[in-house]
Design a protein around this ligand. Structure first.
Ligand code: PGA
Length: 249
């Protein structure tokens, strides 16, 4: 068993409202207090940018951290619609998801852009959660490990010093929001591959999260695998008891 601390991060995506967030976060804080805080696991939520102040106000005295769902590779300037790492840091963000498959697919983000975003996050003192994952077609063609390697190449090329400040997340595109979850064996195969790439990069102990339809019911069997260090949770992070159930697992 490794000594890597478990990590469960909620990715709200474009969901929530002031009223819904208030309810969800206060429920989460209550559940955490009632659970007498699971020392073994670290928890965070990644909220839409306009709500970061609200999230910070509600979570500031809790054990739950927070972050953004993306971050610009640029520090400031004429980049309409973008949010910088410095801005996230001002709102107390400890985390920024980068390279989520929805950003790659809908916003054309290449792996080089993702690597530059990760570098910007690290330079600004925020831990990037770098997401990689294959599509259904890539898996069926037998290219899964190759796709993961090529997505990670520019990220790992940032060097051991940078990679030691990252968390990686394996999110098979076909499992995101579909109710289909990679089996623990399928996930472990990819996580072991990622671990070997991390080892080559001089950072074998970085945490690697699994994401893709993680629920309270399937979390424990995934977390039992050697190289799965936690989860990046979409849908189930919007329901306090579901998210807490995953954290308990
Ligand atoms: P899901 O999303 O849990 O709703 O499948 C996971 C993610 O995209 O991070």
């Amino acid at each position: 068993m490794s000594v890597r601390r478990r990590l469960v991060i909620g990715n709200w995506k474009m969901n929530g409202s002031k009223a819904e967030n208030q309810q969800l976060l206060s429920d989460l804080v209550k559940l955490q207090n009632a659970a007498a805080v699971n020392e073994a696991a670290e928890l965070a939520v990644c909220a839409p940018f306009p709500y970061l102040q609200q999230v910070a106000d509600i979570l500031k005295d809790s054990v739950i951290g927070w972050g953004g769902q993306d971050a610009s590779e640029h520090a400031k300037g004429a980049y309409t619609g973008e949010v910088s790492v410095g801005m996230l840091a001002e709102f107390g963000c400890a985390w920024a998801i980068v390279g989520h498959s929805e950003r790659r697919a809908y916003h054309g983000e290449s792996s080089d852009v993702v690597a530059r975003k990760a570098a910007a996050a690290i330079a600004g003192g925020i831990t990037p959660v770098v997401c990689v994952g294959e599509t259904q077609a890539e898996r069926e063609a037998g290219n899964t490990l190759q796709v993961i390697s090529s997505q990670l190449e520019p990220v790992l090329a940032l060097g051991a010093g940078a990679v030691r400040k990252m968390v990686l997340a394996y999110e098979p595109v076909w499992a995101i929001g579909t109710g289909l979850t990679a089996s623990p064996e399928q996930a472990q195969e990819v996580h072991a591959h990622i671990r070997s790439l991390l080892a080559q990069a001089g950072a074998p102990e970085q945490r690697v999260l699994y994401g893709g339809s993680v629920k309270a019911a399937n979390a424990a069997s995934l977390f039992a695998k050697e190289d799965i260090d936690g989860a990046l949770v979409g849908g189930a992070s919007l329901v306090a008891t579901d998210f807490q159930g995953i954290a308990n697992a």
